[in-house]
Design a protein around this ligand. Structure first.
Ligand code: SF4
Length: 221
């Protein structure tokens, strides 16, 4: 097997193979409005999309934007979301966030990174998810899957999620940011799992430094 070339050289083939493997990859959270996506993204911290969707599937029909969240109050909201981890902390965060949206943006979710990140509890990853999926504004959120795969594929060596996002955005054409985010998540869930990546059958093996290392050492699923 030839030696892997630089990230820049390998990138077009990585993008191409991921696009072919996951043509339908998209946001795993159910939502109908930017506010619902923001709400669901806050709930999704350390929780699967499937569980979040179960909770929001029951809750969203009873909510109508941030005012209804503030009216519901922390205690009732915590009870309604108790099936997700850290539900009390998240209920507190969602009520604060909803108040902020009402006070600063008349209850609307701003389609602007700076304004989003100025809201209570909204960091760069949440802002990127909302910009990309609610407003189709190019953004590249780095979650645990995107972070792991970016490093295994040798696309970033940054120690933080924000640093990894910067590396990816410098390397990947803007038009591919949103798709790549989803495709890396799907690949991370289905093939390149944290503990047992299936390198032997992975479509990216010939382009992946970590996969080559693992197959050489026999350390792969
Ligand atoms: S070759 Fe292995 S480490 Fe590389 S992306 Fe595929 S599964 Fe992950």
């Amino acid at each position: 097997m030839p030696r892997p070339s630089s990230a820049q050289d390998r990138l077009p083939r990585i993008l191409d193979r991921l696009a072919r493997a996951y043509p339908e990859a998209g946001c795993g959270l159910d939502f109908a409005t930017p506010f619902e996506l923001l709400f669901a993204t806050v709930l999704s911290a350390q929780c699967t999309d499937r569980r979040v969707n179960l909770v929001t599937g029951r809750l969203f029909p009873k909510l109508d934007g941030p005012r209804s969240v503030v009216e519901m109050g922390e205690e009732r909201l915590a009870e309604a979301i108790r099936d997700v981890g850290l539900f009390r902390t998240k209920a507190h965060a969602l009520v604060s966030l909803s108040r902020d949206l009402i006070d600063r943006h008349q209850g609307e979710v701003p389609a602007d990174r700076k304004a989003l990140q100025a809201l209570a509890g909204v960091g760069s990853k949440t802002a990127s998810v909302v910009l990309a999926n609610a407003f189709a504004i190019p953004a590249l959120a780095v979650d645990t899957h995107v972070f792991r795969l970016s490093h295994r594929l040798g696309l970033s060596s940054a120690k933080t999620a924000d640093g990894t996002a910067e590396d990816l955005m410098a390397l990947v054409p803007k038009a591919r940011w949103i798709d790549l985010h989803h495709q890396l998540i799907w690949h991370g869930r289905l093939v390149c799992q944290a503990r047992a990546p299936a390198c032997a059958t992975c479509t990216l093996l010939s382009l992946c430094p970590e996969g080559r290392r693992r197959t050489r050492s026999g350390k792969q699923a």
